[in-house]
Design a protein around this ligand. Structure first.
Ligand SMILES: Nc1nc2c(c(=O)[nH]1)N[C@H]1C(S)=C(S)[C@@H](COP(=O)(O)O)O[C@H]1N2
Ligand SMILES: [Mo]
Length: 214
């Protein structure tokens, strides 16, 4: 049974144990199509947010609150932001289209630039290195432990043409506060990085990985 292995792999996330128990271990990413029906995973974040971890689970951090997104990694000021918090910040709006298992989707999203949310945490890039921020990346985790990675330059308006958003609404309909925001990636033609029910943003720097591999 793959249940235990899945559980172990996900143990780092606060919501993991509870979400898995409630969503069912059968709903692993491996059992879904490559182009990801994510509906099975959808309940995961909300369920994990409202349930407490079972006493047998070794979860080292507090359970996620409803709609909470943890911002951490290589940052000076790790913090949490909720969907309710995001609604109060300066908003941007974007019209996008992307392909998905359902076919082409066109939507208007409103939300906060991902770059704004990350800058608040003060990423620790090496200022002594030329364009030190270009060694940075951001891992975005959503409901069902769905995860995608961005290079810093893709989200930094100093480099990127388009603006990645943490959306608070889709086509004028607000996301449920408990579900959390959705990443919107206007430069992508496929929906894969439109991570829903976002719960973690993790800033990393590639140097330890690359130099460690030498
Ligand atoms: N949390 C989460 N977000 C996700 C996925 C997922 O499985 N889980 N699937 C992605 C994929 S592959 C696509 S194509 C789009 C589909 O968007 P939709 O759910 O609005 O149709 O969501 C993306 N965001
Ligand atoms: Mo997809």
């Amino acid at each position: 049974m793959t249940c235990g292995r899945q559980n172990q792999r996900r143990a780092g996330l606060a919501l993991a144990a509870a979400a898995l128990l409630l969503a069912g271990c059968g709903q692993s990413a491996e059992t879904k199509g490559a182009d990801g029906a994510k509906d099975g995973a959808k309940g995961g974040a909300a369920a994990g947010a409202s349930a407490s971890a079972p006493s047998s689970a070794k979860v080292s951090v507090a359970p996620l609150g409803p709609g909470e997104v943890r911002v951490g990694g290589e940052v000076a000021k790790p913090y949490s932001v909720t969907l309710a918090d995001l609604r109060k910040l300066p908003q941007a709006s974007v019209e996008v289209k992307f392909t998905s298992a359902k076919g082409e989707q066109r939507h208007t999203y409103q939300g906060v630039p991902l770059h704004d949310v990350l800058k608040t945490a003060e990423p620790r890039f090496d200022a002594a290195k030329k364009n030190g921020q270009l060694r940075g990346f951001v891992s975005a985790t959503g409901g069902g432990d769905y995860r995608a990675v961005f290079a810093w330059a893709e989200i930094d308006p100093g480099f990127a043409k388009s603006q990645v958003l943490l959306a608070v609404s889709e086509d004028g309909v607000a996301f449920d506060d408990a579900a959390g925001p959705r990443l919107v990636v206007p430069q992508d033609t496929k929906g894969g990085r439109y991570v829903s029910e976002l719960n973690q943003l993790w800033v990393g720097v590639v140097d330890p990985v690359v130099d460690g591999a030498k």
